[in-house]
Write a new protein. Sequence first.
Length: 754
Amino acid sequence: MGELPALINDLALILMVAGVVTLVFKKLKQPLVLGYVVAGFLVSPHMPYLASVVDTKDIHTWADIGVMFLLFSLGLDFSFKKILKMGASPVITTVTLVFCMMMLGIFVGHLFGWGKMDCIFLGGMLAMSSTTIIYKAFDDMGLRQQHFAGLVMSVLILEDILAIVMLVMLSAIAGGSGAGGGQMAGSVLKIVFFLVLWFVVGIFAIPLFLRRTRKLMNSEVLLVVSLGLCCAMAVLSTQVGFSSAFGAFVMGSILAETIEAEKIIRLVEPVKNLFGAIFFVSVGMLVDPKILTDYALPILVLVLTILAGQAVFGSLAYLLGGESLKSAMKCGFSMAQIGEFSFIIASLGLSLGVIGDFLYPVVVAVSVITTFLTPYMIRLATPAYNRLTKRLPPRVVNMLNHLAMSHPNTTKHSLWHRLLLQMGRNTVVYAILSAATITLMFTFVLPFTRRLLPGWELHWYANAITGTLTVLIIAPFLRAMVMKKNHSDEFRTLWNESNINRIPLLFTILVRLVIAVAFIFYICNYLTRFSNALMITIGVVAVVLMILSRWIKNRSIRLERLFVQNLRSRDIQAQVHGHRRPLYEGRLLDRDIHIADFDVPADSRWAGKTLKELNLGRKFGIHVSSILRANRRLNIPDGDDVIFPGDRLQVIGSDEQLGAFRHAIEHETHEEDCELEKREMRLRSFLITESSPFVGLTMQECGIRDRYNCMVVGVEEGKENLSQVKPSYRFRQGDIIWVVGEADDLVALLSASR
């Protein structure tokens, strides 16, 4: 037998130690992340008296895979639509908090005389609170349902998004000669371009692919396809200069909008847990006790910096976001720790070779200490608020609370603001799609057509064919860019409201028209040697033809509808399964009518009856719009549909009608059986004697089932066998009949059979 590779031995050691340590941490009700870190510390080469990992290089490769799957899972739990619905308050809070903590971390690093990149990466690490640890703390302390906990989780989601952007930015800073403004702006534009491109194309293509292959997708295939898409996007992300973790996150966020999202989350969970555990163990392996003793003072200072910084700047950030002083302090005190993303940022710095080896174990030690202190900081918020309000003048407290109460309502925008925002968003999206299409056509199709049509004479034909195809492909995008929102309610209202509005509205159309013409101009300029005037004329004529073309208009509308349907597919699934209310409910509210869900009790008298028999519409004045049964949804049921126990009825009516319906469905149930003990079923036998009235009669003629409510099991043959009895069988003298029934019914049957 050959020896096992060192990697297998190391994995066995890691998983066994991690399993034991996490069991201990589970018993102590501590976050499992810390258990993995401690397990890594125990199996690291820095612990000479214990078994240690041999092949650390391969372990770190697996840890990189763990980071990728961790961010893929984070993307699956993330939704761009949720962020858009949050409004500006969480965004203001997150940006303020991250900026302040980054500056504080950079300042502390400079105080210790650390290098420039060490300070920058330290600032990034201190700015990231731990979603996992805070969620676990809220859950253990029973605070998840409180208002401030929801505010904290919203900011944590945005922090995770900023952390993804920060990884890309730090990579750009570490790889460049400096962190100039031009480089930063270029990195941000690059992130926005590829993020929008991947999300739009992914939402358009991937749900369509999953829909077409849904009948072929069992759990195994769906898991393989999902992880394949994750790894493919990770590879593509690295090809364009981003990290593999960023690509994995983007793919997760795309799959989060599909109907299969919840199933993918369940399937990926074990894979994420395995590789995530290896990642956190690898974090613990980098902790060197010698470094911890040498850097005891910086560790203590960083812990105090996080506790005080998050308490002060966190509370200030939530105040600026519109929360009251008490709520802001609860939120700020809850975020006083660092966790997963700090480790990931530190791993990035080490892999790029731009931070010192000391910084990683220092950050891990700080994370461990602040994690243990998290529950105490959450409990400290209310006493700190009470003490602060006693020390501050009442007018200052009132001013802070008034600042929160007078915070602008971000959901009420002017018509101009809303219209320009929608136009700007559409223009950016369609411009990115057009630019990406042109790049792909010129990179792949143009060389291909030139190879098919070689020679100088045919060179222009290749250019013409490529240019024409490119214009036809981007035509729906350019038309939508120019025409979309020109007939919206906001546009018409502003147009009819005042003649002064008409010139700016026409200017918005002109600007988008110029942008569309610029794309045609670029294509002509790249492929031809026409004069600028001629190319501009071609561009204007082409865009006008696109606007007038009914075929391009229909294609543009179909593409947009398909995208919106894919984007809403998970919401539609939630509505079908009754997890979310239908969209038309909002319109019903305007008419004092709304929709409500009612579960049919297991002991309901309605069970087994049709809607026609129940006559609910005439009795209560309501309408049953849907019946939800397991994974099925029966929309607009007719009178012949039967109600079953456990059905969920979606009912439309007024408050009074729904109240009467609720009372009826809850109270029209079978009464509880007070003589439950007498309902016990028993098995008895009796002999058909010569004088028995059952001799020569069938079961139906005897009335064993109908009259005595008993059931014949069989006729005894010998000592062990029972033969089935057909309904036409006639009892004979000497038959031993076995029957089942309640005690009183059996007594009546046996008495009648003698």
